[in-house]
Design a binder for this molecule. Structure first.
Ligand code: NAD
Length: 262
């Protein structure tokens, strides 16, 4: 348990998967949360309302498209206007497209770089002054094992995630004396919507069931043979927001069942 009462968090891409688990984890510790991401409006409203009710915190939602810098700036300003400040920024929105380099559509490259990399620049640029004002800030960037190593057919994703890890170090240095930390989380395979397409491609290629394709994907890269749980990543966020992590900054933290130990 850590006390995040009266703290304010923005979690980009928090309408599903990893970001939603992180947002719920923060709310459970008393943090007010600005949700963001795409999806069915009614479903998002249900999530928002139940988080408020379950945890007795304020939860708001903003639909900013992370590909659009103007909307990102509005997201940060709306958060400050709604809650009176901003302390925790989780850059988590992301997409995936896989193609061999020679066939990689330029539009997919542009989308991945905008959403997975440039958005992290725009949110941090807008958020850091508010954290300095509050004299306390935590920035947590959901990178990936692909911020540390490569895999075939992921030119844009690997470039973006390596960029996120690099940018994390720069912002950590620039904020080192301001009671602000900036770290990157590097998950291996996590069972969310983001990897559904890759599981389907593997099942079709091997002509096997979805379960078999999942095992094959794990066998190839993730020695634990288990998917990382979204709750594990939410707990890591809470650790990074706790006093125990006050001196942790600029770190790249693999949570990957041994993927990058090989
Ligand atoms: P997900 O598809 O469940 O969640 C992605 C979130 O980003 C959703 O809320 C979606 O609405 C939002 N989003 C997508 N495009 C957006 C845009 N243009 N503007 C605003 N929001 C947008 O997938 P996930 O696995 O939870 O992915 C979350 C993050 O974790 C991503 O950055 C991803 O790269 C990273 N990651 C995932 C895995 C994995 O195996 N699933 C592994 C390592 C890293």
């Amino acid at each position: 348990m850590i006390d995040l009462k009266n703290k304010v968090a923005v979690v980009t891409g928090s309408t599903s998967g990893i970001g939603l688990a992180m947002a719920k984890g923060l709310a459970a510790q008393g943090c007010n949360v600005m949700l963001n991401g795409f999806g069915d409006e009614e479903k998002i409203e249900q999530i928002r309302a139940s988080m408020e009710k379950d945890h007795n915190v304020k939860v708001s939602y903003n639909s900013a498209n992370m590909a659009k810098p103007e909307e990102i700036r509005t997201l940060i300003q709306k958060t400050v206007d709604t809650f009176g400040g901003l302390n925790i920024l989780i850059n988590n929105a992301g997409i995936q497209r896989v193609h061999p380099i020679e066939d990689f559509p330029e539009e997919d490259w542009d989308d991945i770089i905008a959403i997975n990399l440039s958005s992290v620049f725009h949110t941090m640029k807008a958020a850091v002054p508010h954290m300095r004002k509050a004299d306390w800030g935590r920035i947590i960037n959901t990178a990936s094992v692909h911020g540390l190593v490569g895999s075939v057919h992921k030119a844009a994703y690997v470039a973006a995630k390596h960029g996120v890890v690099g940018m994390t170090k720069v912002v950590a240095l620039e904020t080192a004396q301001d009671n602000i930390t900036c770290n990157a989380i590097c998950p291996g395979w996590v069972h969310t919507e983001l990897i559904d397409e890759q599981i389907k491609i593997r099942a079709d290629k091997l002509n096997v069931s979805k379960d078999e394709a999942e095992k094959d994907i794990l066998r190839e890269k993730q020695p634990s043979m288990n998917f990382v749980k979204t709750e594990d990543l939410a707990n890591l966020v809470l650790f990074l927001c706790s006093p125990a992590a006050n001196q942790m900054t600029g770190a790249e933290l693999p949570v990957d069942g041994g993927w990058t130990a090989q």
